[in-house]
Ligand binder design. Sequence first.
Ligand SMILES: [Zn+2]
Length: 95
Amino acid sequence: MVKLKHVPERSCVACGTKRAKGDLVRVVHTSQGEVAVDETGKMNGRGAYLCGRSECWEQALVQQKIGRFERALRGKLTPTDKAKLRAHGEALTAK
Ligand SMILES: [Zn+2]
C-alpha cells in the first residue's frame, strides 16, 4: 500500500515545473568537482533537478538557462560536463 504523504517537491531548472523529487532527474556536482547524473538520488553534492524530457536537458544548457543551472549546482559546467549532459538528454529522446 502506498500511503499518501507529503512528497518533497523540486522544480526543474529548465522549465520551472514543480514535481515530486522522484519524478525529476537529479544532476549532482560532487565534492570532487565532477558533474554526474544521479540515478539513485543519493549522491553527495549540490544537486539540480531536471524533468525526464530531452527538451529540458537541451533547454538547461542554452545560454539563458545555464546560469540558473550552474547556480543550483554551485559550480561551472565544463564543456565535458555539457557534452555529457547533452548526451544524456539525447538518450532520453530515444526512450
Ligand atoms: Zn522541465
